[in-house]
Design a protein around this ligand. Structure first.
Ligand SMILES: *Cc1c(COP(=O)(O)O)cnc(C)c1O
Length: 405
């Protein structure tokens, strides 16, 4: 059975730690990682958790403890991963548009690196030549992903070196005797269609002969998770089978046994988390009933930013008859969490749990409107632990420099 937290557990946590609060469930993270291991066991697969989805140090430590590696989007995430105890060889820095100085730092730390521009590849070649293996991040010119904001592989996307610039890549490789150890593509987020991953794989297939020192093929992240009850995510077992077949073909053709790498973010942490808010006001307005909660897009920006869907359960009153509500925040801008949604009858003071809040939830939060960022709680073996305290007044002023005026 799938791991989840009960409404009663969530209510207890809200009572103990206050709201709004992000509640994570360690065993659910483990379950998701095990699904991946199981699906890809026929391939020589490695999984690098895309830590930008959720970087709390305790989450990182848990992920390390279950044997998952880590992918980073900034040098600070790399340092966070080191801080969490990951070995250098289990850290991957997939860069995009970064200053070369960050790549130098990453080399000094000894982590794996994927480079995403000809410019940085050239600087890398000049400085390190053949002495440090490096992967290249390619852009396959494939349109995929939940929507344009989270799509990264299409031909207008800034990410990666366009595959049609292969000749330039090869010139640089030859000129500087670069040690190209990996090829990487991340086509976007919420890719349900297995064939998108396989299209990228086919692009890799044709590129392999150009890079004799290749050790890994990195298919990126972007597995879709279900948001609605009846919805399905990426068929990971099917993807596992297709990838195994593909890797077998690669092995027979070239003959070389590559590792296949993945960088799942959402898949690992989206479903492990419930964001709990409390209803401040019920407001009737024409045909709309607003349920205004003690949060806003300062705490969970995904609905306003990507039109993402989060299931909302009235955990105080789950079995009451359903009515139609528009759930909004308390920010002085439109911040709708859900419009015209069927939810069990809501009274002021009720607790609403937002599902799928683990990935890009707390992480994209801010102090907009001078509100405190929420507390974070991690449940391990039924026991809740505070892993991020709610902001206090001093936090709002901490980085401000008061000059004499
Ligand atoms: C964001 C990102 C991921 C993870 O994407 P998810 O949709 O969360 O799985 C993986 N790789 C790279 C390079 C990314 O930028």
């Amino acid at each position: 059975m799938s791991q989840s937290l009960s409404n009663e557990q969530l209510i207890d946590i809200a009572n103990e730690f206050g709201t709004p609060v992000y509640v994570y469930h360690a065993e659910k993270i483990t379950e998701q990682f095990q699904k991946l291991q199981e699906a890809f066991k026929a391939s020589n697969a490695r999984f690098f958790y895309a830590s930008k989805a959720l970087t709390n140090i305790n989450i990182l430590k848990h992920i390390r403890s279950i044997g998952c590696d880590v992918d980073c989007s900034s040098i600070n995430e790399v340092k966070m991963a080191v801080h969490a105890g990951f070995e250098r060889q289990n850290i991957l820095y997939t860069s995009n548009g970064i200053a070369f100085s960050e790549i130098e730092e990453a080399v000094a730390l000894g982590v794996n690196i994927n480079i995403d521009s000809l410019s940085n590849l050239e600087k890398f070649g000049k400085k390190y030549g053949h002495s440090y293996p490096v992967g290249i991040r390619l852009r396959p010119n494939i349109m995929a992903g939940g929507n344009l904001k989270i799509s990264t592989g299409h031909e207008k996307s800034k990410f990666g070196i366009p595959v049609d610039q292969l000749e330039k890549i090869l010139e640089l490789v030859e000129q500087h005797n670069l040690f190209i150890c990996g090829l990487h593509v991340h086509t976007g987020s919420e890719i349900k269609d297995v064939s998108v991953f396989m299209k990228v794989a086919e692009i890799f297939f044709d590129l392999v002969p150009h890079f004799p020192e290749l050790a890994y093929l990195d298919l990126g992240g972007g597995f879709k998770v279900p948001y609605k009850e009846e919805e399905e995510g990426t068929n990971v077992p099917l993807l596992g089978e297709e990838v195994a077949k593909f890797m077998q073909k690669v092995k027979e053709t070239y003959p070389h046994d590559f590792e296949v790498w993945f960088e799942p973010g959402k898949f690992i942490v989206s479903e492990c988390c419930y964001f709990i808010t409390q209803v401040n006001v019920i407001k009737q307005s024409g045909s709309t009933t607003f349920a205004g909660v003690n949060s806003g897009f300062n705490h969970l920006i995904r609905p306003m930013f990507y039109e993402s869907y989060h299931r909302i359960i009235n955990i105080s009153n789950p079995d009451a008859p359903k009515h139609t509500y528009t759930v909004t925040g308390n920010i002085c801008e439109t911040d709708t969490f859900a419009a015209d949604r069927q939810i069990a009858e809501i009274h002021e003071g009720d607790l609403l749990a937002f599902y799928n809040a683990g990935a890009y939830g707390y992480e994209m939060g801010s102090n907009y409107n001078s509100r405190f960022k929420p507390a974070q709680v991690l449940v391990i073996k039924e026991k809740p632990h505070l892993i991020g305290r709610r902001d206090v007044w001093e936090d709002l002023l901490r980085n401000q420099v008061e000059i004499s005026l």
